[in-house]
Ligand binder design. Structure first.
Ligand code: NAD
Length: 286
């Protein structure tokens, strides 16, 4: 085998962001209104600070209104809920994102339960996950959407193909498995209790890894020619690494880099969701 084709999330993400930005600009000049995204950040997690800054910048580049609500590490669940309730009512805000993880003493379930499903641009509320599971329209989680968008951009077919998702989290693995199934892939989910994960993954034509385990997936796991999407972002003493080891590039047909793969696609997904949420709320106004 040669070298896998790089699934360039940085480039594809930028294309999507620019396309959304053009739509926002056109709408703004025609109607004088634009989408607003609020990011709620509790505490001082350094990785979250970077994510929030990047999201804010992307929002502004796409001509959207962007606000940040910062709460101290000592904020209570009630404090966060109060902020979310105020944003639910704010007509300038069409998307709300509560940056996870929140400090341990904050009950993230209760916070998410307060979030208006119409403004839930992370697709994390029970309502939106339920809509996804039931095959109804709704806001989908950004990272899984980004995974599908990059596979689509490189014309990698999904229908009828064997896809394995490694990880079953509410944020990534579970919704990704549902989205792939909705696109007619034959989906298997591998998780921390799976017996012989290598055998299962090796059978797949499409592999998406979201385990949060640095370089866990090695070349032996991968079927030659498979499309491999590495969702993992792990901070190690050697720097930022994914869940997939570099040697996989010699076996796979396609591979996302880390960084520059799924990360920028997630931000692009967030902008798309904010635009979608805005249009739905505009339609409700009239
Ligand atoms: P999580 O810890 O909530 O879930 C990890 C999942 O992996 C669990 O379902 C678990 O069963 C499974 N798992 C753990 N060890 C395993 C093993 N040895 N074999 C098989 N499965 C195993 O994590 P998450 O929130 O889903 O995130 C996963 C990774 O993706 C993390 O590295 C995170 O930083 C990254 N992430 C990246 C983006 C992005 O924009 N690129 C977005 C979200 C998360």
């Amino acid at each position: 085998m040669g070298q896998a084709i790089v699934l360039d999330g940085k480039r594809v993400g930028a294309e999507i962001r620019q396309a959304v930005g053009r739509e926002v600009e056109a709408y703004l000049s025609a109607h004088g209104r634009r989408p607003g995204l609020a990011v709620v950040l509790v505490g001082n997690d350094p990785a979250s600070e970077i994510y929030v800054r990047n999201k804010r910048r992307a929002c502004e580049d796409a001509h959207m209104h962007s606000v940040q609500r910062r709460l101290p590490e000592t904020a209570t669940t009630d404090d966060v809920v109060a902020v979310v309730r105020a944003l639910n009512q704010d007509p300038q805000i069409h998307g709300i994102l509560v940056q996870l993880p929140v400090p341990r003493h904050v009950d993230s379930r209760r916070v998410l339960a307060e979030l208006s499903p119409d403004k839930d641009v992370d697709g994390l509320t029970e309502t939106n996950l339920g809509r996804l599971a039931a095959g109804q329209a709704g806001l989908r989680p950004c990272t899984p959407m980004g995974v599908l968008a990059i596979l689509d951009r490189y014309d990698i077919p999904l229908s009828g193909r064997r896809a394995v998702v490694v990880g079953r989290s509410r944020l990534v693995g579970l919704p990704l498995a549902l989205l792939l199934m909705a696109r007619d892939a034959t989906v298997t989910v591998v998780h921390s209790r799976t017996a012989d994960p290598v055998r299962v993954v090796r059978d797949a034509e499409i592999v998406a890894v979201a385990a949060g385990r640095p370089q866990m997936v090695t070349r032996e796991w991968i079927r030659p020619g498979a499309a491999v999407v590495d969702v993992g972002i792990n901070r190690t003493p050697q720097g930022l690494v994914g869940d997939v080891e570099a040697g996989v590039a010699e076996v796979a047909g396609y591979l996302t880099p880390v960084p520059g793969g799924v990360g920028p696609m997630t931000i692009a997904g967030l902008l798309r969701n904010t635009w979608q949420a805005f249009l739905a709320q505009e339609a409700d106004r009239t």
